[in-house]
Design a protein around this ligand. Structure first.
Ligand code: SAM
Ligand code: DTB
Ligand code: SF4
Length: 343
């Protein structure tokens, strides 16, 4: 068995590893499926309640018109997509949406803006939103593009818990997808967030035409950071008309997705792994396997930023059927009771 943690002389697990080698990641990935899932479940149970998932809610506080050229994104101004640009939302609208998200079963609220980086006057407004959402008793997350150290500190002072900034893919595949910001730019923003005392949410996308080696390369990059991101979102590319990724996209074999989640769980044992975008394409059975492999967070709500997500009622029913607890428990559901789901 490849050990996910360094072990002390007394035999108890200590800190996660940060020295993963490519051959080790590949060896995990290539294990017989049952062995891989057993190892991932064992690691998962060492650090988390296996019957609980986190529920996060997303709001696009500033949509579209983005100067970056991320080849998967509906919000880039470089591509002809169905998304129209909006201005930054006002604080009261954001707070009212966060209140509804909490009532609908979210425990974290993530505010996303289609910027290369925030201007300082926009950051003033985002800081006000963060403080107001935090006061509602929600965990706060923001994703606003690249940050300076000072901007990260200001967000932390305002009450921000997490900063989401994804590496998106492997260092090798990266230049096929984005040219306007480098992987190094991203690593620097992550370091600014860390040094400001923010928790880091960082992951990427699968299904853009990358190879398994790229998916493992991305996990190695994350797992070999000086500290593992507290949250690791794994997004399955949500189809967007008019963007370059349309020409290369290939939805992964579902078993390959489960293997990747299991490897993420083993390599980053203490990180929350979020089954992020793309659940709209997944069967209940595939999602169940992903939870067994160690995924323990989802986005709830019918839309993500500009694309679809499963209906919350369906999510509540699925979690109930699996005996998984979440902040959705107790939220009134209008769909059938567990056991009545059609085959
Ligand atoms: N503009 C900011 C930035 O990119 O840093 C924040 C928002 S951006 C939409 C956040 C992340 O969402 C991206 O880094 C990418 O990983 C993910 N994402 C964007 N479009 C997606 C899509 N169509 N399918 C899956 N994930 C997507
Ligand atoms: C992340 O990794 N996934 C979320 C969040 N971080 C900001 C975004 C998913 C976006 C999916 C495409 C869309 O809805 O536009
Ligand atoms: Fe802009 Fe973020 Fe979309 Fe890239 S992913 S185009 S930075 S909104």
């Amino acid at each position: 068995m490849i050990s996910a943690v360094h072990v002390t002389h007394s035999g108890s697990a200590t800190e996660p590893r940060h020295d993963w080698q490519r051959a080790q990641a590949q060896a995990l990935y290539d294990l017989p499926f049952s062995d891989l899932i057993f190892q991932a479940q064992s690691v998962h149970r060492g650090h988390f309640d296996p019957n609980h998932v986190e529920t996060a809610s997303l709001l696009s506080i500033k949509t579209g018109g983005c100067p970056e050229d991320c080849g998967y994104c509906s919000q880039s101004a470089k591509y002809d997509t169905d998304v129209s640009a909006t201005k930054l939302m006002d604080r009261d609208t954001v707070v009212a949406t966060a209140q509804r998200a909490k009532a609908a079963g979210a425990s974290r609220f993530c505010m996303a803006a289609a910027w290369r980086n925030p201007k300082d006057k926009d950051l003033d407004r985002v800081c006000e939103m963060v403080s107001a959402v935090k006061e509602l008793g929600l965990e706060t997350c923001a994703t606003l593009g690249m940050l300076t150290g000072e901007q990260a500190r200001r967000l932390q002072d305002a009450g921000l818990d997490f900063y989401n900034h994804n590496v998106d893919t492997s260092p090798e595949f990266y230049s096929r997808i984005i040219s306007t910001r480098t992987m190094q730019d991203r690593i620097e923003t992550l370091a600014h967030a860390r040094h400001a005392g923010l928790k880091v949410c960082c992951g990427g996308i699968v299904g853009m035409g990358e190879q398994v080696e790229d998916r493992l390369g991305m996990l190695m990059l994350l797992a070999n950071l000086p500290r593992h991101p507290e949250s690791v979102p794994i997004n399955l590319w949500n189809e967007v008309k008019g963007v370059p990724v349309n020409d290369t996209a290939e939805r992964p074999d579902p078993i390959a997705l489960v293997r990747m989640i299991a490897v993420a769980r083993i390599m980053m044992p203490k990180s929350v792994v979020r089954l992020s975008a793309g659940r709209q394409y997944m069967t209940d059975e595939l999602q169940a396997l992903c939870f067994v492999a160690g995924a323990n967070s989802i986005f709830i709500g019918d839309v993500l930023l500009t694309t679809k997500n499963p209906q919350t009622d369906r999510d509540a029913l699925l979690l109930d059927r699996l005996g998984i607890r979440s902040a959705l428990d107790g939220v009134k559901s209008e769909v059938s009771q567990p056991g009545q789901a059609a085959l």
